[in-house]
Design a protein around this ligand. Structure first.
Ligand code: PMT
Length: 215
């Protein structure tokens, strides 16, 4: 299969020296890309700024902002069989980026915010029937309900829900636990394990959906 993966955070500039971002390390998305490569698939990884080494045998596209990630996903999504959006895309960005460094002596800045583009919602109309789109949902509460809502709203075949309120999994950790909610109503639970194992199990589920669609 041709697998397209996104990973890591995005950064939205406030001024030439400051930005808003989130805690994503990229580990989960990179694990998905590496597991797909190891299973023999052709993999492209669109990555926000992370401290991880570029995985061998994977085509890497580096981006910084949500707008850049959207442009890269739009460019590469048409040819893929499976899309896995593990990236933690910033939901908001400053309406205007200050041209000069905001001075501390001027006091706390009043920043006007706007929503970033929702990548999955934007590309949903481009989706072909045989393609499999999977998102992730990092939640601290009402995990299952929120993940299911996002799956429906973003027209996804599957969504991997993370409870990020628990220690030792989710953001930054080498471990995770997932509940994968499928469009069929089925749920696959992945008990706490390494992100590598989570990635392998998730890919197995997605390959199964892809096979059924192509029949
Ligand atoms: O990177 P790590 O440190 O390993 O951490 C892994 C992780 C916790 C970041 C990852 O497992 C994860 O859960 N990623 C999704 C993070 C998230 O907060 O998603 P969300 O609930 O905001 O968004 C739901 C889905 O829509 C995601 O697939 C997201 O990529 C996508 N999205 C979100 C915002 C936006 N503007 N466009 C999008 O397409």
């Amino acid at each position: 299969m041709k697998v397209l993966v996104t990973a890591g955070p995005t950064r939205e500039a406030i001024d030439p020296v400051r930005f808003i971002s989130n805690r994503s390390s990229g580990k989960m998305g990179y694990a998905v890309a590496e597991a797909a490569r190891d299973a023999g698939h052709a993999v492209r990884l669109i990555s926000g700024p992370v401290a991880l080494a570029a995985p061998e045998g994977v085509a890497l596209v580096r981006v910084t902002t949500a707008a850049e990630m959207l442009a890269a996903v739009k460019q590469h999504v048409r040819g893929c069989d499976v899309l896995v959006m593990a990236a933690a895309v910033s939901d908001w960005r400053p309406k205007k980026i200050a041209a000069l460094k905001l001075k501390k002596s001027d006091g706390p800045p009043r920043i006007a915010w706007e929503a970033t583009p929702d990548i999955l919602k934007t590309i949903a109309p481009l989706k072909k029937n045989a393609q499999v789109f999977c998102g992730f949902a990092a939640e601290t509460d009402r995990v299952a309900a929120e993940a299911k809502r996002k799956r429906r709203e973003k027209n996804l075949d599957a969504i991997a829900a993370n409870d990020v309120s628990k220690k030792g999994r989710g953001f930054e950790s080498d471990r995770n636990a997932l509940t994968i909610f499928l469009a069929t109503g089925r749920a696959v639970r992945v008990a706490p394990t390494t992100k590598k194992n989570c990635a392998r199990i998730l890919l197995g589920v997605l390959a199964g959906i892809e096979k059924k669609k192509k029949k």
